[in-house]
Every structure is written in structure tokens, then in C-alpha cells.
Write a protein that binds this ligand. Structure first.
Ligand code: PEP
Ligand code: MN
Length: 340
């Protein structure tokens, strides 16, 4: 439920109500508006909710009590309008600035990723992406450097000052990924891995949650809800394309979903036009379209020499391409009241 406090409610009134709700078994989330404070109360195991709501609505400092109707109670917009949070080193997401995360599909070796990161950093990119644990379709394909790859990413972090986003595939690896990453990525294939989601809810780092390749928007938001309910409020939603009947593109980047989740959820949303299209020539137009549709950021596969990329070379742009794209993205961002 949401408890709307009157404009005259004091801090003491708020504390009293929070204490009362917590004693009844609710998880409480406070949202301070310009005029009023809203208290969100989620009580999965609370009985007699209706009676509690009725009692609360009679309090003099409570203006109104409304039930949260959406199944995703913490991720939904009923609790907050929008959320901006820090990813580390002063880099934030969810505010006016558009955040770009870029890098190769996989960690390809120490020197190679350092060279790519230096190029991207010089082009203004603040977050470096690369997978140490790779979810490959074929078990015969390169599976990633694992823990050794995380240590290579740590060197990139140390040398360039960039933040690192990298994927965790299995709960057993989370402790390592949590240690070396600034943002922990859950890939499309694991969006339904509820045990991994719950573990990421206990993680101290923000989570970038990719949409399952056949997940509905509601399933995606409920996956975010798993992480938030387990205690981690810093979730970034990432649209990375869904599977459709179309074969020209690897996936269909669902910009409906970008606009929809901005409408349904307060969480920051990023788009991944690399996996969303599977074609490097479509990355720039779909990146621009993503910003126009309301995305708070982009995840891009970029490389100093895309033709040599170990994985996903056909959807990887060069750093030179990124420099050109950046100028166009800045113009689109400005047109929709954002900044890049
Ligand atoms: C990735 O970003 O490296 C990746 C594997 O993406 P997805 O989970 O969207 O396929
Ligand atoms: Mn990839």
C-alpha cells in the first residue's frame, strides 16, 4: 500500500507510522515529494491488510491510503517517479545524463582490453563492458577467462579509472564478480534464474538486468522485483532485443519496451542495440532511437578492431564509429532534454 501523508505531517508522525508498519511486518520505503511524503509499505506475509489500511486512513496525519495494484510493487512507479543512483566514482544513472557503457563482447586478454578501454576512455566513455564468463550457444565456443578475466578487468579499472560492468552466470561466481565489478550484469539467458536473482538481491553492487529474450515486460519487471525484494534497490533494466520471426536481425530491439518500462517503473533503463540487432550497421540508428524513446543509457559492443573480436564481431562497432555516433547521440539527447 501507499500511505500519503498530509502536508502538515511532521517527522515524528512519519517515524511513528514507519515503526508501526515495520512492527506489523512491512518493508517500508519513503519517497519525499515537494509537498507530501509517500510511504510505500510492502507486506508479502502480512495478514489483515484491509483492516490495517482502514486503521491507517483514520490517522490525522494521513491523507490517503491506496493499495499497490501492480504485481511489481518495489519496481513499479507507484512508489517512486524516477530513481537516480550512484554506480561509483561519482558516475550516476537515471538522472539527466545519458550513460554509455561500451567495450568488447568478451575479455580477450589483458593487453587487448586495455587498448580498447584506453580508446573508449579517450572518447568519453565512463563504463567499460566485457564478459569474463561468457554464455555461448555452443559449448565448443570460447567460454571466457573466468576469474582471470575479472582480474584483467580490475587492471582496466585501475589504469583508466573507468567503472566495470560484467556478467555473472552462476551463483557460485557471484562473490568474485561482486568483488571486481562496479555493476553486476545478469544476462538475458539468466533473467529467469530466480536463485541468481535472489543472490544478486544480497549483492552490494548495482545490478544490470537484461530482459529475457522471450520475456514479457511484466516478467522482466518481476525479475527486477526479485532482486529488490531480496534487498538490493539498485537495479538497471536493459532491453537487449527479443526473439521474433524476423531473421534479418539477430533479435528485435523492442523500443516499445524501453518506453513502456519508463512508464511502468521508476528504475533506470538502458538499451543494447548491439545484441538487439546483431548487425554493426544498425547499432548507430538504433542507439539514437533508444535515446529518443527515453533510455537512460546504452550498452554497446565496441572494439579497436571489430574484425578481430573473438565473439560478436558482426555487431561490434569500432572506436572511430563510436566517436562519430557520440556527436549524433548528443544531439538526440539534447532534443529530448537529456545530456550526453
Ligand atoms: C553480453 O552483454 O555480453 C551478453 C551476453 O548479452 P545478452 O545476455 O543480452 O545476450
Ligand atoms: Mn556479445
Amino acid at each position: 500500500m501507499i500511505i500519503v501523508m498530509t502536508s502538515k505531517a511532521t517527522l515524528k508522525d512519519r517515524e511513528a507510522i514507519v515503526k508501526r508498519l515495520e512492527n506489523q511486518g512491512y518493508m517500508v520505503d519513503i519517497s519525499e515529494g515537494k509537498e507530501r511524503t509517500l510511504i510505500g509499505a510492502i507486506g508479502a506475509n502480512v495478514e489483515n491488510k484491509e483492516a490495517i489500511m482502514n486503521q491507517l486512513s483514520t490517522l490525522p496525519y494521513v491523507e490517503n491510503v491506496v493499495p499497490i495494484l501492480k504485481p511489481y510493487k518495489l519496481a513499479g512507479k507507484e512508489i517512486h517517479e524516477s530513481t537516480e543512483f550512484d554506480l561509483g566514482r561519482g558516475v550516476t544513472i537515471g538522472g539527466r545524463d545519458i550513460l554509455v557503457m561500451a567495450g568488447p563482447c568478451a575479455v580477450e586478454g589483458q593487453e587487448r582490453i586495455l587498448e580498447i578501454a584506453r580508446g573508449l576512455k579517450a572518447a568519453g566513455v565512463k563504463v567499460f563492458r566485457a564478459g569474463a564468463y561468457k554464455p555461448r550457444t555452443s559449448p565448443y565456443s570460447f567460454q571466457g577467462y573466468g576469474l582471470a578475466g575479472l582480474k584483467m578487468l580490475d587492471k582496466v579499472r585501475e589504469e583508466t579509472g573507468m567503472l566495470i560492468v560484467t556478467e555473472v552466470m552462476a551463483p557460485r561466481d557471484l562473490k568474485h564478480v561482486e568483488k571486481y565489478a562496479d555493476v553486476v550484469q545478469i544476462g538475458t539467458r539468466n533473467m529467469h534464474n530466480f536463485e541468481l536473482l535472489k543472490d544478486c538481491g544480497k549483492c552490494s553492487k548495482p545490478i544490470l538486468l537484461k530482459r529475457g529474450l522471450a520475456a514479457t515486460i511484466e516478467e522482466w519487471l518481476l525479475a527486477a522485483e526479485y532482486i529488490m525484494k531480496a534487498g538490493n534497490p539498485r537495479v538497471i533494466l536493459c532491453e537487449r532485443g527479443i526473439r521474433t520471426f524476423e531473421t534479418h536481425t539477430r533479435n528485435t530491439l523492442d523500443l516499445n519496451a524501453v518506453a513502456s518500462v519508463k512508464h511502468l517503473s521508476h528504475l533506470p533503463v538502458v538499451a543494447d542495440p548491439s545484441h538487439g540487432t546483431g548487425r554493426y550497421e544498425l547499432v548507430a540508428p538504433m542507439a539514437k532511437a533508444s535515446i529518443a524513446a527515453g533510455a537512460d543509457g546504452l550498452m554497446l559492443e565496441a572494439h579497436t578492431n571489430p574484425g578481430e573480436a573473438i565473439s560478436d564481431s558482426q555487431q561490434t562497432i569500432s572506436i572511430k564509429d563510436y566517436r562519430a555516433l557520440k556527436k549524433q547521440l548528443a544531439a538526440v539527447a539534447a532534443a529530448v532534454g537529456r545530456k550526453l
